[in-house]
Write a protein that binds this ligand. Structure first.
Ligand SMILES: [Zn+2]
Length: 318
């Protein structure tokens, strides 16, 4: 195999070829199977890493990653693309909300991972070391979880490295989703990658277990736009799309176990101090009023009536 091969674990794609395969490694002593595509373009160019299914019930993102992996042709690619469509297969099978069923942890708080930690930390470590660190650029696809509605948005992180941060913001703009959100989420894929010097974004589209053509398109369109921008595919630079930059990503959480009654919808513009919804008990007594901390846009709302203590209720971008 020449130096031009694209290799991840035991899988390898020579220059100009594409490989689908499953990498196997041990997680908490059991064999963990991670499917992926390696697409090694005929032309020179950067390496783009695309992951989905870190949260494995965010189906629009997974459907988009599958579409990219299945359709991308190395003959019309300059550079390399690694697509991991379902990072968390145990969670996908279990239709698990937020967490990996192997350890009950949110995988998107575990990066860059720990080889000596629990399952989610070990998976994060393997993925980070073997896949994400190969990227010149990194895109992690998400959406609303089974119990979340959202308006599409793209998140980026300001790591403090001027070059990385400029490129991450540029990637977010190029992706073509209207709302751009600056967020520091410790342990998340895109923050850990940014800190490691890899310009990164996390794109959110779809939710509530539904994956419409439009929701999937939002992701595939963003990836296609990004690859054109990076001159990895033909078609020239994509047209610019108007955007709104939101500097703060403000999450409200429940202090109680109870029943959640949102008073707003996603994409609503809200004022500071506005009532955004109530957590009630069985009899209807108000346990908590969700008050908007700022003027901004409602980006996501938990849509399940059931709510647990410390669960997110909704988020405002401001
Ligand atoms: Zn997610």
């Amino acid at each position: 195999m020449s130096n031009d091969a694209l290799t991840v674990g035991t899988l390898s794609a020579p220059r100009g070829e594409k490989r689908y395969g499953v990498n196997e490694f041990l997680v908490e002593g059991q064999t963990y199977r991670l499917p992926m595509w390696l697409i090694n373009g005929v032309g020179d160019g950067p390496t783009l890493v695309v992951t989905a299914g870190v949260h494995a019930a965010e189906y629009a993102s997974i459907a988009a990653a599958l579409e990219l992996g299945r359709s991308l042709d190395p003959e019309s690619l300059s550079g390399r693309v690694i697509v991991v469509p379902v990072v968390n297969m145990p969670a996908f099978s279990a239709r698990s909300i937020y967490v990996c069923p192997l350890d009950g942890k949110n995988p998107n708080r575990m990066f860059p991972g720990n080889p000596h930690g629990t399952a989610s930390e070990q998976i994060a470590h393997w993925l980070f070391r073997n896949v994400i660190l190969q990227g010149t650029y990194y895109v992690d696809l998400h959406g609303g979880d089974l119990i979340e509605a959202l308006v599409p948005f793209t998140i980026f992180f300001r790591s403090g490295d001027k070059h990385v941060d400029e490129v991450s913001l540029e990637m977010a703009k190029v992706f073509g989703i209207h709302f751009l959100v600056c967020s520091e989420t410790p342990g998340s894929t895109f923050c850990a990658a940014s800190v490691a010097g890899i310009p990164s974004i996390l794109a959110e589209s779809g939710g509530q277990g539904i994956w419409t053509v439009q929701d999937v398109w939002q992701h595939t369109n963003g990836l296609n736009r990004l690859m054109r921008h990076l001159k990895m595919t033909s078609g020239g630079a994509p047209e610019t799309v108007p955007f709104t930059l939101l500097e703060r990503f403000l999450w409200l959480r429940s202090d109680h176990e109870g029943f959640w009654y949102p008073a707003v919808a996603v994409n609503d513009r809200v004022k500071a101090g506005q009532n955004l919804g109530f957590v009630k008990d069985c009899e209807g007594h108000i346990l908590q009023t969700a008050i908007s901390p700022a003027e901004g846009i409602v980006l996501f709302i938990v849509s399940s009536l059931a709510i647990n203590r410390t669960d997110p209720l909704l988020a405002v971008g401001a």
